[in-house]
Design a protein around this ligand. Sequence first.
Ligand SMILES: Nc1ncnc2c1ncn2[C@@H]1O[C@H](COP(=O)(O)OP(=O)(O)O)[C@@H](O)[C@H]1O
Ligand SMILES: [Mg+2]
Length: 305
Amino acid sequence: MTTDTTTKDTTPGAPTPGTTVLDARGVTMRFGGLTAVNGVDLTVNSGEIVGLIGPNGAGKTTFFNCLTGLYTPTEGEVRYKDQVLPAKSFKVTAAGIARTFQNIRLFANMTVLENVLVGRHTRTKEGFWSAVLRGPGFHKAEATSRERAMELLEFVGLAEKAGHLARNLPYGEQRKLEIARALASEPGLLLLDEPTAGMNPQETRATEELVFAIRDQGIAVLVIEHDMRFIFNLCDRVAVLVQGEKLIEGDSTTVQGDERVIAAYLGEPLANDPGATEAAEVEAAEAHAQADTTTDTAAGKENDR
Ligand SMILES: Nc1ncnc2c1ncn2[C@@H]1O[C@H](COP(=O)(O)OP(=O)(O)O)[C@@H](O)[C@H]1O
Ligand SMILES: [Mg+2]
């Protein structure tokens, strides 16, 4: 990983629309002989929702891990608001990137509210001694944190379950709680790894609305998801990873229409989708042509016996 030698004066606060929030350049991650992520460039601008799709094992989660300091990329550089990111996940969170995990990571035996409070620790100034001595500063900070945590639970629709143990929540609500906890660090960029996995269609639709609402609050979003309808409804831009490499990047229409994407990943056109009828017609024609060849070949084989 290259180091930043330039000193940039970045003013904290809300980013101006269209500025680059995340800038990943040539990110490569190798595990022994396996190159899980290979020279991936990706930017996310303020006000954007960007999708990252690709088959299982394509390197999507590994790429997220490189962005969040869980892994130090073998090669490449990741910048957040013009600063090279530190290679420690808590520092990355403090810098302004929050994430959720493909395999939910909650404190199962803590309450819903406590889980969100844990997410706030990078934003509270009260230090260790203040917490131990529990002086006025601590109580004030704690009250503010609780207020904000409840606000976030309200936002994701879990306020009524604040006192429940996390492990007693249904799966879909655990995913929402993870989002609330990520938001508690007051990020400028939120990374979501398969946020609708295991959700029913109504929950998925609600999550779509939630992601739009998060974007409307000025938080840029990068989301990995297998649900193509969710991705193409939601994202301003979509990047496709295949075997660790970025195959294509573009708006939903461009990506959906790309033959390589259809071949490598989508497999079948989406029902009720713009261009789906056309794609279905092409597929039918191809299938027809294929059937003719198959018959010919089969007949040929028959003759060969
Ligand atoms: N910590 C690791 N050590 C070794 N190989 C890994 C590790 N993490 C991921 N991989 C491998 O990297 C590839 C990409 O995995 P992953 O990023 O989880 O893909 P995706 O999220 O797109 O399904 C896979 O072949 C996986 O087995
Ligand atoms: Mg994954």
